[in-house]
Write a protein that binds this ligand. Structure first.
Ligand SMILES: Cc1cc2nc3c(=O)[nH]c(=O)nc-3n(C[C@H](O)[C@H](O)[C@H](O)COP(=O)(O)OP(=O)(O)OC[C@H]3O[C@@H](n4cnc5c(N)ncnc54)[C@H](O)[C@@H]3O)c2cc1C
Length: 268
């Protein structure tokens, strides 16, 4: 037999894995999609339920839930119990961070009730929200008021707590900075059970600057005050085509003709 006729690789015997890969559509269509739809519907119902409560009721629940967190932290025996972390299941979190610490001995604190928008202050242009409020939820509330968070991460599921303790960013960050740069105050429960409000110029200013990207290592975020910006219902985009070497274009083009924001001139 010539080299050309010889098979490149001996044929592998088909196994269960091949079968599952080949028929994965069955799993996706009949299990994954219905489960996802149901899951998102339940989240949506939770958002609607939260919207139906008065702001006074939400604040009352917030205070009660903060007390529960404090109580849970005070019950912890540092010699026996593991490290403190949120009880959020890794499969719910959008982040792709390694969460092995949640498989080791750990002391869970449940923050699942912290999912209310506590206040929209149109005078101060501030939204005060709990950490599990997500981008879809806050947008549905603020946009009808012609307001928006300055930095809105693109996935509806991303939470305020995750975007602050991780490092949230989006297209508008070119103007407003990172998600955490639009926050003016954090309400934090520290490991010893103290509840503090950190701003850039109060006694907890060090905490204020340390919270972003701390991955929850400094305390539990229970509320954040975030800047709002005015928005209109529609945004007009003007595309300005540019051709050629970027450096030459940037140097040669008169300032007023330069496209703002990556070749797109935005006017509102
Ligand atoms: C497909 C995809 C698209 C994405 N798009 C964007 C995007 O457009 N913009 C962007 O900025 N990011 C984006 N991300 C990244 C995303 O912001 C991070 O993954 C972030 O972790 C948000 O996930 P989460 O809200 O589920 O938070 P989690 O993953 O649950 O939390 C992130 C971290 O914050 C900590 N944390 C959460 N809540 C609290 C709390 N209340 N107190 C203390 N610590 C807390 C957690 O312990 C964890 O360390 C994207 C990720 C994926 C997978």
């Amino acid at each position: 037999m010539s080299d050309l006729q010889a098979p490149l690789r001996p044929k592998r015997k088909k196994g269960l894995v091949d079968f599952l890969v080949h028929f994965r559509w069955i799993f996706v269509i009949f299990f994954v999609l219905p489960f996802s739809t149901l899951y998102y519907f339940l989240i949506y119902l939770g958002d609607v339920r939260s919207e139906m409560k008065s702001y006074k009721q939400r604040q009352k629940e917030h205070d009660e839930n903060v007390l529960k967190v404090v109580k849970r932290l005070k019950q912890r025996n540092p010699k026996k119990d593991g490290l403190v972390c949120t009880a959020r299941k890794p499969w719910i979190a959008v982040g792709m961070r390694n969460v092995d610490y949640k498989r080791a001995r750990h002391y869970e604190v449940d923050l699942s009730a912290f999912r209310n928008i506590l206040e929209i202050d149109k005078q101060r242009m501030i939204a005060r929200v709990e950490p599990l409020v997500n981008m879809g939820q806050i947008t549905r509330v603020t946009v009808p008021m012609n307001l928006s968070l300055a930095v809105v991460a693109e996935l509806d599921d991303l939470t305020v707590g995750g975007l602050i303790n991780g490092y949230g960013i989006e297209g508008s960050s070119h103007i407003y900075g990172l998600f955490s740069d639009t926050v003016v105050a954090y309400e934090i429960v520290l490991a010893d059970g103290r509840v503090v409000r950190a701003t850039k110029d109060n006694e907890y200013s060090d905490l204020f600057y340390a919270i972003p990207w701390s991955q929850g290592t400094l305390g539990f975020l229970v509320a954040a005050e975030i800047k709002l910006i005015p928005v209109k219902e529609y945004m007009r985009l003007t595309y300005t085509p540019v051709v050629g070497n970027l450096q030459d274009l940037a140097q040669d083009m008169p300032l007023k003709k330069r496209p703002r924001r990556r070749g797109i001139k935005l006017t509102m």
